[in-house]
Design a protein around this ligand. Structure first.
Ligand code: MG
Length: 297
């Protein structure tokens, strides 16, 4: 059981009360406005502005009040409104685990819903929260999710570098989304990882290419479609990571730090080199640092 205590404005406290209008009302403690009980959390709002969340769902229910949710994208970029679609990727900085790319579609109604959930860049959200809401996002938002498993990644990495692979995946995600929706909205945003010209250069061989993309760095902080895509991609990555840990009964580490080198050496000792091909991105310097030769996989 956890406890989260945050400071809220009176408007936020009223908003919270309205949001849980159906919840059981409890006897109001001293110096409090109210106390309500949900299945996984008790919430108490005090006259001082302090709001206390207690229970397993404390993180989840307080999430959207802990940080200011993303404003409408129009406040940052006048030309871009709703509907919009955006894409982002996860896993490219992690030695272990797949690369997940998602393109998601958000219209005005869905944007309001995402704001009420406190959706923002997945890097700013805790993994537990992403695991708690990822499935809902996948259900409610039209999206295309691509998961490039490690064996495939290692095989194609001989031919294409990471940037080329990302370009192909982002494009493919938008192509799939276009087929789902019949047509993409006019505003298409990619969290920029390469200049627009290079992006299209990498796609020269592709059968179908989505054009008129707006490339912007840190787009996951500015556009809800990109933020939502980053959360879905992270959700898929976390699920795949959990599955890997359970398949191998091994505590894989995220990231690519020196601790990961140690983790690699232990994994190879237990499961052998061939298994590493299926769970890691072998071209990372970590492979060598762990003392594993990159030959004969
Ligand atoms: Mg990104």
């Amino acid at each position: 059981m956890s406890t989260v205590s945050i400071k809220c404005t009176k408007a936020q406290i009223d908003d919270l009360f309205k949001r849980y209008a159906m919840a059981e009302k409890r006897k109001t403690p001293a110096y409090a406005y109210w106390q309500i009980k949900l299945s996984d959390c008790v919430i108490t709002a005090y006259e001082s502005g302090k709001v206390v969340f207690q229970g397993d769902g404390a993180e989840f229910h307080s999430a959207s009040y802990q940080k200011e949710p993303l404003k409408s994208s129009t406040s940052n970029h006048k030309a871009i409104g709703y509907p919009q679609c955006g894409s982002d990727e996860v896993g490219t900085g992690d030695y272990f685990g797949p690369v997940c790319v998602c393109a998601a579609y958000v219209d005005e109604d869905r944007a309001e819903w995402l704001k009420s959930l406190g959706i923002q860049d997945s890097k700013a959200m805790k993994d537990e929260i992403i695991l708690a809401i990822g499935a809902q996002l996948m259900e409610r938002l039209p999206h295309s999710l691509l998961i490039l498993d490690n064996s495939t990644y290692n095989r194609i990495h001989n031919q294409y570098n990471m940037v080329a692979i990302k370009c192909k995946l982002h494009n493919q995600a938008f192509v799939h989304l276009k087929h789902k929706l019949n047509e993409l909205p006019k505003d298409i945003i990619v969290d920029q990882f390469v200049k627009g010209e290079s992006y299209y250069r990498y796609l020269r061989q592709e059968k179908e290419v989505i054009y008129n993309i707006h490339f912007e760095t840190k787009a996951e902080n500015k556009y809800l479609a990109v933020a939502a895509a980053s959360v879905i991609a992270r959700y898929a990555f976390l699920k795949a990571f959990e599955a890997m840990c359970s398949t191998y009964q091994f505590p894989f580490l995220k990231g690519a730090s020196a601790k990961v080198d140690q983790n690699i050496a232990t994994f190879v000792k237990l499961h052998g080199k061939a298994a590493l091909y299926k769970v890691a991105k072998l071209h990372f310097a970590n492979t060598k640092k762990a003392g594993v030769s990159s030959e004969n996989f």
